[in-house]
Design a protein around this ligand. Sequence first.
Ligand code: COA
Length: 382
Amino acid sequence: MTTAASMPVLDKGLANTIAAESAMSFIDGQNGILEYVGIDIDALARNSTFEEVVYLLWHRKLPTRGELDAFASGIRAEYDLPEVMWDVIKTIPTSAAPMHALRTLVSALALSDPEADDPSPAANERKGVRLLAKAPALIANFDRHRKGRDFIKPDSSLSIASAFLTMLNGQEPTETMAKALDVCLILHADHGFNASTFAALVTISTLSDMYSAVTTAIGTLKGPLHGGANEAVMHMLTEIGQMDRVEPYIREKLDRKERVMGFGHRVYKAYDPRASYLKTFAERLAEDTGNRELYEMSRRIDQIMHEAVAAKGIHPNVDFYSATTYYSIGLDIDLFTPMFVMSRIGGWVGHCIEQLADNKLIRPRCEYIGPHEAAYVPIEGR
Ligand code: COA
């Protein structure tokens, strides 16, 4: 018998559904607050490192010096790829989009991990470390492969951000560039039950495995309404091209009721706190790298959007200023979303571990609106 309390409610997009409990990130969309395990995102972006933030998300506390050193060296020890993966990278067409390549490569990591189907919490954390540690080598070396360059192995004396940029560019990054990427990794690491995290949880809740969960999440993150928005922002800035075209371009877009990429958020109806930090950071980076014009164009778009739609609760989201940040550190546009993956693996794995500690199969229902008692007509008679 269905009681009133257990009566399912139609909630398209699940915006009003709380599907589980989590102690990782807290979002107050009305007031523009984001905390990881209670710590304000601004304090983390200013003072922490990506490795420390992942420890915080997975262990729900800041590490001591000894704990952080052990955690970071555990990650560094896993930077290198299994031998077969270098051959797998070579089999991917050089024309493939990096997100398709990355989804395939992360899935392929499972093939040579003897622990792939070990469901124990310790094995799951080890797989989380491997995924986090190996993603930079996969992304950077796929990029080298498509550009006809030789592979570069990861340098285990470097942080995740520096090791990635060194593989990508063949030289160690400046401190400013490594810090810029590290900040972006911190800001993207977790964000409640966003679409890709939810997708990962649906997969892990069937007691599948960590590689499958992260592969699912990558496919979900790829869409332009989610992680793909940062690439769309950069394409928009490139299309606009120069400052005097900003205003007509944005106004025409709004008149046609089209979406301006990098604005709006399902949860934030105030300024996204990640965008607030990145806005200041992107300005400093633009000064340092001489990309001031792009930054000024972004500021102008922000102003026009503020006048036009802020009253509707539409503000820049994290993707808006991360696009110019990534561009300033010299990343190709189609590598922006893979940067999001590199970071969000921290969140996905943490949520999967949390889900498995108190697992319940995630299986919502739909409201059937099709016909009933329809006749089966043989194919000749249709
Ligand atoms: N530009 C212009 N108008 C926008 C907008 C944008 N980026 N985002 C939302 N709106 C408008 C919608 O047109 C709608 O207007 P209406 O009520 O007059 O029809 C209203 O705001 C609500 O939009 P809705 O799509 O219902 O909100 P949502 O919570 O489902 O959507 C997003 C959230 C993120 C999907 C949406 O804001 C969006 O498409 N943004 C652009 C893509 C992006 O930057 N994604 C990254 C998210 S981190």
